[in-house]
Ligand binder design. Structure first.
Ligand SMILES: C[S@@+](CC[C@H](N)C(=O)[O-])C[C@H]1O[C@@H](n2cnc3c(N)ncnc32)[C@H](O)[C@@H]1O
Length: 225
């Protein structure tokens, strides 16, 4: 009993501090002016109130396998770092989508800044997209919590609706032999990704893990038929 209590207390402490960490980062994002960041060997612009990229974004860039000529879709693109990386790795066409108008404006600026052609759309997960892709990437909001302010959608999503919609629609958008790469975290709902993937008869395996500065872990899952 004592052991159980101390375990759940540890979990509670962890959960509170992950909210705190996210809140602090959101505050910082809203107060920081436009600047240039460097990740995965790419220098790119970060606009205020857009997720600047972190351990998870870098892990996703390192894990994704892009072949020359691939058609790539990056969902929840933020600054566009993953989309830009895919393009530099030889993807033929890269589409980058986000529900945040600030993110869309950010990836547009980065495509221009780096002279890379990216097809950019303001839309939710797979919204209005008819195409199929060789590779689909998604670094989603992890935390089941209501976003009170528009830019908080980068971390918070009540009911984890974005990742659920992703798995509902994935089958329609993967080419034959296509694969998806999805980020998740140790402070997000445990087992959710695997449950959603298996519920739609996908194969899923964890292909990457990295620890962030706060002691939490980030993962990349590969999903395919
Ligand atoms: C954690 S950030 C990832 C940004 C970037 N891909 C990266 O790895 O640095 C999550 C992104 O998903 C976007 N987002 C949240 N809900 C979404 C939805 N339903 N549809 C599309 N994008 C969404 C947010 O605006 C945010 O830019």
């Amino acid at each position: 009993m004592e052991k159980e209590l101390s375990h759940s207390f540890r979990n509670m402490k962890k959960k509170i501090s992950s909210y705190q960490r996210q809140t602090d980062l959101l505050d910082k994002m809203s107060q920081t002016e436009r600047y240039v960041n460097n990740l995965a060997g790419i220098s790119y612009i970060v606009l205020p109130k857009v997720y600047p990229g972190g351990t998870d974004s870098l892990l996703l860039c390192d894990c994704m396998d892009i072949n020359k000529g691939d058609e790539v879709l990056d969902i929840g693109t933020g600054t566009g770092i993953v989309a830009l990386k895919a393009k530099t790795l030889g993807a033929r066409n890269v589409m980058a989508i986000d529900l945040s108008p600030r993110a869309v404006s950010n990836v547009k600026q980065n495509a221009k800044y780096l002279g890379l052609k990216i097809d950019i759309k303001l839309t939710s997960v797979f919204g209005g997209i008819k195409k199929k892709f060789n590779v689909i990437t998604f670094n989603p909001p992890y935390t089941d919590r209501k976003a009170e302010k528009d830019y908080q959608i980068c971390f918070w999503d009540k009911g984890n609706t974005a990742i659920k919609l992703f798995f509902d629609e994935l089958e329609k958008h993967l080419k034959e032999n296509g694969k998806a790469y999805v980020c998740w975290s140790s402070f997000a709902k445990k087992g959710l990704i695997v449950k959603l993937a298996k519920g739609k008869n996908f194969k899923i395996s964890r292909i990457g893990k990295r620890s962030g500065q706060t002691g939490y872990h980030f993962y990349v899952y590969k999903v395919n038929r």
